[in-house]
Design a protein around this ligand. Structure first.
Ligand code: GRF
Length: 204
């Protein structure tokens, strides 16, 4: 399958996915056809370019959401992605973006999306002294962290007494769960529902 990875920041999930396509669970299943950012100076974009990955950026600052999303979708369509993989892409997507890729956009959220949505999920787990949290991989719809859940993995937070430790444990889970979930999806072990409700297979 052809993956477009979208990010706005550091890109640790993007790096884990890229690695998985080369030597891990996504080898022979997926290739990263573009890493795209709405922030031209995102560190993750530079890391992708250093590794020889095609990159593209379109600054979103000062743009109207619908106009930006339509332009971003058109740019991405040129790479013909089978799946659009959000990895720290800090934008809520409008229909202009979602429609061309309906049912084929994934996100990872560092909490149970049924309990927490939006920013600062690790801070939320830490400040509430949660004994565990959940990493969620889900399909993206027009809400904030609301789409159908594809996979969840529990992170044991007992004894994690700094925010850094909470994040360290969480990110370790994020980095394998995202690749594993994509691999299952591409192998057809998990069904993607389109927005029209029909099941569709994702090509290898
Ligand atoms: C991750 O915690 C991810 O779950 C959330 O944003 C963060 C991105 O981190 N959506 P990175 O840029 O992949 O390192």
């Amino acid at each position: 399958a052809r993956l477009a990875i979208l990010l706005s920041g550091r890109g640790s999930n993007m790096l884990a996915l890229l690695e998985a396509t080369k030597t891990g669970v996504l080898k022979d299943l997926a290739e990263v056809v573009v890493v795209f950012s709405n922030k031209p100076d995102a560190p993750g974009l530079a890391f992708a370019a250093e590794r020889g990955c095609p990159v593209a950026a379109l600054p979103s600052q000062g743009r109207k959401r619908e106009a930006f999303d339509a332009e971003a979708a058109a740019l991405l369509q040129r790479y013909q992605p089978d799946l659009v993989v959000l990895a720290g892409y800090m934008r809520i997507l409008s229909p202009a973006f979602i429609q061309p890729f309906a049912g084929r956009i994934l996100n990872i959220h560092p909490a149970d999306t049924q309990q927490h949505q939006g920013l600062h999920a690790y801070e939320w787990a830490f400040e509430n002294h949660l004994p565990e949290t959940k990493i969620t991989v889900h399909l993206v719809d027009e809400g904030l962290d609301t789409g159908p859940i594809l996979a969840q993995q529990t992170v044991d937070l007992r004894g994690a007494d700094t925010l850094e430790e909470v994040e360290r444990r969480g990110l370790a889970v994020e980095h394998y769960l995202y690749a594993e979930t994509l691999a299952e999806l591409i192998k057809g072990n998990q069904t993607v529902m389109s927005s029209a409700g029909e099941a569709s297979r994702v090509p290898k």
